[in-house]
Structures are given as structure tokens and as C-alpha cells.
Design a protein. Structure first.
Length: 113
């Protein structure tokens, strides 16, 4: 098995949930970090969501890992805060901001193939 560290980024995310990453087929991914930065110049909020339809002993549900995070102008938040999330093939990470071009997202992962 190969472990590959990767960085995924999305700029100018708005109020619509935007897909930052999808786990490829035959891959397990460990989310190491997710930073969301306010680029708006005014206070905004942000959401981070895991979209999962994978099934092993039970079917996973789509869940927020952060909801309505307050981000003052010029600030950022590290959503993971040292925690890890394991994703399976086809799982996705989505982010949204509360205004047009409100936030940037930086996702650090390790793919296991």
C-alpha cells in the first residue's frame, strides 16, 4: 500500500456547498487538516460537510463537521483541530461560506492506495 500526502484547495467559495475533494476508487483517505479562511473583508460564517454513501456494516449519512462557524474579517479556522477523519472511496468533502466569494478552503489529506 502506498501513502501519498496531498493538498486540495478551493478559492472564492460562496453560499452554495462546493465540493473540495472526492476520494478516488480503491482508495482510503485520512483527512489531516481543513482550514477555512475568510477572504470577504466582512464577517461571514462557513460550513464543512462530509457527503458519504459508503456502506460496510451500515450505510453512512451526510453530516456536517462544522456548521455556521463565525469568521471575522481576515480570520481563519482549523476545523480539524488535531483530529482525523477516515474517508472511503466516493466520500466527499464540501465547504460553503455565507456570502459571494466569502471563503477559501485548504484540505490536507493522506491517500492510501
Amino acid at each position: 500500500m502506498a501513502n501519498t500526502f496531498k493538498l486540495k484547495t478551493k478559492a472564492g467559495i460562496d453560499a452554495s456547498l462546493v465540493k473540495v475533494y472526492t476520494v478516488p476508487a480503491d482508495t482510503t483517505t485520512v483527512v489531516i487538516g481543513l482550514t477555512i479562511a475568510n477572504i470577504k473583508g466582512a464577517s461571514v460564517t462557513a460550513d464543512a460537510k462530509i457527503v458519504s454513501d459508503t456502506s460496510d456494516s451500515e450505510t453512512n449519512a451526510d453530516v456536517y463537521i462544522a456548521k455556521d462557524i463565525p469568521l471575522p474579517a481576515g480570520s481563519s479556522v482549523e476545523v480539524m483541530a488535531g483530529n482525523k477523519i477516515v474517508l472511503q472511496a466516493t466520500d466527499e468533502v464540501w465547504v460553503s461560506g455565507s456570502a459571494t466569494d466569502a471563503v477559501d478552503a485548504v484540505l490536507s489529506i493522506m491517500e492510501i492506495t
